[in-house]
Design a protein around this ligand. Structure first.
Ligand SMILES: C[S@@+](CC[C@H](N)C(=O)[O-])C[C@H]1O[C@@H](n2cnc3c(N)ncnc32)[C@H](O)[C@@H]1O
Length: 184
């Protein structure tokens, strides 16, 4: 993650977008790839009418945090559960992969933030799984639209550009490599 200042800019950018885009009603959001939970935690405090579903398998795997054992992932999962429990039912944390979670939902999300594995095939898959599950007028977004190695070396850019072209939208960009569009 970049500096705390940049991180706040990113979450604040999304918070303002949510408030602007939706009338004063409940907002149903989804984060794919949660890690420490800071992104959703900030948004849930900042936007009281936001309800978040958060998806992360918290498992050891090759592409991210190679040296972490499953014990470390278990400990992180427990910490994020505790943090989210204080939000009184506005946060649901699912310990499973994006693919597994997609089997549980038909749609109805107002907002999705894709920030799990950043290589091209996974970002493509996450777009294919979740963009159709966002309601019209909702926000489709994600992180790391960048050529940096930890952004899949351009994998996010390729997947986002390709998917956007396929459905005929032009991606927009916000603070700290955030990409997004409003679903028509
Ligand atoms: C870059 S971090 C997420 C950062 C978080 N969104 C934030 O803003 O602080 C990537 C996360 O994706 C998770 N992840 C890996 N594979 C995944 C999958 N198949 N589905 C969902 N999440 C996955 C990892 O466990 C890791 O916690």
């Amino acid at each position: 993650m970049a500096s705390t200042k940049v991180y706040r800019q990113r979450t604040e950018f999304i918070a303002e977008l949510l408030e602007k885009q939706f009338p004063p009603r409940r907002i149903r959001g989804l984060e794919i790839g949660v890690y420490k939970g800071d992104f959703s935690h900030y948004l849930l405090h900042r936007v009281p009418r936001l309800y978040m579903t958060m998806v992360d398998p918290y498992l050891q795997y090759d592409e991210f945090k190679k040296r972490w054992s499953n014990r470390s992932w278990n400990a992180l999962y427990a910490r994020v559960c505790f943090k989210m429990a204080l939000l009184k039912g506005r946060a649901v944390l699912l310990r499973m992969t994006s693919e597994e979670a997609a089997a549980l939902y038909d749609g109805g999300f107002d907002f999705v933030f894709i920030d799990a594995l950043h290589d091209y095939p996974h970002v493509k898959q996450d777009l294919e799984l979740w963009e159709p599950r966002v309601a019209k007028g909702g926000i489709v977004s994600g992180h790391d639209y960048s050529m940096a190695p930890d952004a899949g070396g351009g994998g996010v850019i390729q997947a986002v550009d390709e998917y956007a072209a396929k459905i005929g939208v032009t991606p927009k960009f916000g603070a700290d490599t955030v990409w997004y569009w409003i679903k028509e």
